[in-house]
Structures are given as structure tokens and as C-alpha cells.
Design a protein around this ligand. Sequence first.
Ligand code: OSB
Ligand code: MG
Length: 427
Amino acid sequence: MSPHDRIVQRPLQADYFDTIWRNVSIRITTWCIFRLTANLGSSTNIFQWGVMQIERLTLREIRMRLKAPFETSFGVTQDRRILLAEIWADGVRGWGEITTVESPSYNSETTETARHIVSDFIAPLVVGRSFFAASELPEALSGVRGHYMAKAGVENALWDIEAQQQALPLWKLLGGSRAEIACGVSLGIRENPELLVKKVEEELNSGYQRIKLKIKPGKDLEFVASVRRAFPDILLSVDANSAYRLPDAKHLAKLDEFNLLMIEQPLEWDDIHSHARLQAQLQTAICLDECISTERHAAGAIESGACRIINLKLGRVGGHTSAKSVHNTCLAHNVPVWCGGMLESGIGRAHNIAMSTLPGFTLPGDVSASRRYWADDIIEPPVEVSSRGTIPAPNTAGLGYRIKDELIDKLTARSRTWKDHSLVGVQ
Ligand code: OSB
Ligand code: MG
């Protein structure tokens, strides 16, 4: 019998099972190698397999009143409607904040659009599923276009869970490299320059390292000139929240004489190209905020010369996974980043602190003390800023702050819970 005959005579079925078995074992081996390397990259314990089975998601809207109204070029805010995502996986609870404002005036999202998107699309895609890592969320939610803040609130809650499962502070899980972060403040538009100068003095006395002034047409040059005259050497910047247009270039160039660290988002919220044309006419660095929602936006803005600095907001870019990739692109291009704020409650603030420990955050951010915003924050201890204008990164697992459940219940205006009904015994 020739070898060829032997092959032909082998029962067909055995061949078939052989192929299947080989396929299955290759898949299992590949999966094991993938898991081990993934764990090597993300954790100190390579035997920690960390599957997160999402048992429950509660989306609640809390109402919180800012201590003082905050005025930007797009309006005045005092009463906040904040969405919180509370997620349970394998008996561990994680929290995320959806950092929308109430109207579509900063970007196109609102608290109400985020509630719709989480309720009708994100929750059904997430509850009952298992994830090896929070970084899988962007792929799982890729069928939902845009709505970055809605996605971020949910993804960030999973990052909190993953950090707790690995017994790591969130900032360490993210790859943070600094034990404290540098803080600045963002000051709303004031009635007159004298009031603004008084407020700046107060914040400098508290230790803040950088002052940012909100500006709009008619409330710009005179205000900036007064502050610069009173404090010739401080780190000073301005934020226009898209209040100007390219034909205003000559007017904006008058800001050059005030030695500002940056002009943040002078032109329209979705227009990177015009910022490149404006940057060519200014000495002062442009910093983009509203324009940057993805790593591709960041790369495009940097390569086209639309900005020299990027304000990185965790919600605006869709959560920690995307934030890390925007951060990495900026670092690779030597573009400094800093952490922006969205008048967050303590939960969003704690996530901002964790992100700000990444190595590319080389400028003071808009992350400041809880007491500047709230009479009673929803985390304990509240975020406090040292007399050197820094916040230490917490050393306990996860977000690193205790969540004040009772207070959150009291502030809750509405809430909805999704459960994995295939799990027995889940309340
Ligand atoms: O443009 O950075 C902004 C607040 C709401 C919306 C947009 C912005 C801001 C702030 C406040 O500047 C930053 C903070 O103190 O949280
Ligand atoms: Mg801004």
C-alpha cells in the first residue's frame, strides 16, 4: 500500500475531528498568550484574569447647585444636572460621571441626550456582557457614533471596577507616573475688571499655579490687561469657548502683548482648519478644547498646526481608553496636555485626578478643590488642594475616595436600573 492509499483509506470522520481539534487548540493557545501579555501590560499580577461580568447598571440624574454662577461665552450655569453611572460586576461597584452640560452649547451633547443614549443603546449593549478589561468598551460601543460623554461615563465606571479587582489605585492602572498633580483654576466672566482682579488674587493666595480667564467679545482685552498689570509674572491663559471667528484674527492678536500661556478654543467648536489659519497669525499658542474628541482629531490638529497645546477632557474624548491614546499622540509630538474640567461632582473630579497623573500632563489643569464648587461634595474626603497648588493622587484601590451613598440618594431626581436577568440572586 502506498502512503497515498493510507491517507485515502483513513476514515473521513477522524480527519474532520482532527481539523476541528487543531483549530480549537490553536485558538485556546492564542487566547492564553493574548490574556497573559495583556495582563503583563496592564497589571502587576499576571495571574489576575480579571473578567468583569456586568450584573447591573444604574443611571441616575442628580441635581447639584454650584456655590456661585459660572459664566462663559455660551451662558451662565448654576444648577447642574449630572448623570452618574453606577455599575456592578462580580460584586464590585464602580462609578463614572457623564460630563455633559445641560444645553448643547459647549458641544452637541446634553444631559438629556446622554440619558437617551445610555438608556436606549449603551445599557443594552453592556449589561449581561463580560469584559476582560475596561479598554474593550470603545470597541463594544463602536456601533454608537459620537456621544462621547455618554460613553465615557459608562466606560470609566468599568475602569474603577478593574482597578479595584486588581487592588490598584486607578491612576496606577492607567499608567500614571506622578503622585501629585498641578492645579489651576478657571474663572468665569465677571461684571468688571476690578472684580476679576480681586478673584484672581484670592485664588493665587490659595496656591493655584495657573489662572485661566473666560473671555468673550466685549469682555476680553480690558479684563486681561487689568489682571496682567496686577500680576505681571503669573501663568495666565484665556478661554473663549468658540466665541470668535477667523476675521477676528487681528483683534485676537492684540492678546499677544500679555504674554499668555495660551488662548483656548477661540474659534468654532468643530473647526480645526480655521484654527490652523489663526495660529499662523498669532504668537500666543492656541490650545484646542471643544475641537478634539478623538485621537484622529488630535493628530490632525497637531499636524496641521492648529494648536500647540491640547486641553484633554475625559468625557469629551469618550473615556480613559481614548484619553490615553490622545495623550500618547500628544506626548509623541511633544505637545503639552492638561486636564480640563466640566464643573464635575467629586466622581468626575476623582477620574480627572487619576488621568492627570499620566506623564504628558505637564501643565496645571482645571482640576481644583471640591469647595470651589460645592457646599457638600458626593465623595469623602472632598478634593483638597495643597498650599503649593497640588492634589495628591490617592493610594487606595479604584477611584480612591469614599462615595457618599446617602447624599447621592438625596440628590437623585430620577434613576433607572438595568439588570442581567440571566444571573440568579441579583437584586
Ligand atoms: O471650556 O473648559 C471649559 C466649564 C464648563 C464647560 C466648559 C468649560 C468649563 C470650564 C470650567 O472652564 C472648568 C472647571 O472648573 O471645571
Ligand atoms: Mg475650554
